[in-house]
Design a protein. Sequence first.
Length: 509
Amino acid sequence: MPLPGGPGAVPVRYERTRMGVFHSVEEDGALDRFFAGKGAVLATVARPERGIFSSADGGGTWDFARGPGLDEVIFAPPRILARSSATVLRSPDEGRSWQAVVPGGEPLEALSMGPGGTLYAGGHGHIFVSADGGATFRALAPNLPSKNWRVRSIVAAPDALFVSVRGDPPEPRDLRQRFAALLEYTSDEAVAALTLIDASGPGRGTVQWGTPGDGVYVSRDGGVSFSKSGLLLDAFLAERDGVLYAVAADPLLMAAGLIRRHPELATDAERQMRGDRAVGTALASALWYPGRERILEGPIAGSPVFRSLDRGLTWQRVGDPPLPLRLALREVVERSAWQRPQTAEQQQQQRAAARPAGRGRRGERGPSPAGHPVSTETMLSFVDPARLLAHFNSGLPLGGISAGVAYAPTQAYWDALVAAVAAESGAEGEISLGPGLPDFPAGAAFEVLRTEDGGATWQEVPAQPPMAPKGIVAYPESLAAAEGQAFFVLAGRGRRGQSFRSGWRIAVP
């Protein structure tokens, strides 16, 4: 770097691939991701030295400290707390310096701050608590039904500690086979998932689904003891206006919700699971433009949402969550579970792993060259238009949201992505997961949006992103906004293997 003091392009390293050789055009640095919150902005970089840039004046000036990439950040001015794999990082001075502690050695998957600054972290089989702002931790020993469990989410409220966990199944389960059974309605698990999705009515009580041991557990004595709540399924937790909410996180429940939301695409996916040839025109008709509000729902679109009005004792399904609630829950989920977009190589590996058994390329019969386990995101792509089209958007998610600022594709760009997916799928004889690129020579690929009413309505923010090299569409990889500013990481790929990566900062009136 150094980073600029005003809105505009944030200089990063741009690399171009040719004959397998990387040519550096700019040597300033390789921007990884932005984080923004009250009092500070962070920019993590990977080259020429891995570390964290921090600004305490809204991006006017920046300080640099060596450090790892960050998975999750909590802003508590003047402190900043972060999770990075198995490490908890804390900064007492708005990011200028950092101290690290490893609570237990295994990767941490959740971080939450409670009343008085008490910090909670959760991983595989352990919950850790710090009463001194992350300087030291002690391990809690909850007695949970599942022998092997992982923390999914933590809400540390003034009256209780809520922890959502997911248990390991007794035997390994093939996700692709489970997904195929869901599409064909041919397993008890599939029937149970779709029955839960189809359930209606405001009744309150206990909700149970999934691996024994999955669920939300409650401690009212600071973590000394835990008891079951009325929600016994894998879920992300959030508290909003004093109400406890949960978003189903099990991939089969997520897929079931998407199947009901996009039945035409589910029909095409079922045909593929049976080994039938994909028809590009039929696929295109299933990928109609849903409007930017639906796109903004992102990875929780279709996932069942539950709420508890009695602090976890009983739960009820929220039948049609309003958009502001959906978006607030999405931000909570992505704060702890944001996933880096797949590279072209990873897309190719997942495409092979997701093929029906016995199908080779272009519909030829033969062994499927899997070699890699299929991911949840890959399987959900078959029933989620936004996830599917992202494979042809340089692997980048189509929409994002942060602190009242968002981005979404223009309808023209959505239609170009649909055309690319349909053409490739028709040629291959299967729903294509890319890697691919749309034919989009000119025009706006995305729009920046803002809301003044909590997400009920959105208005476009006039903005001109940095120019990408010819043949590459620059599109957001991630977004972080706070205090009237928004910071984007833009990325893109070209047909000849060249890549583009840039930072972009704008003012949001």
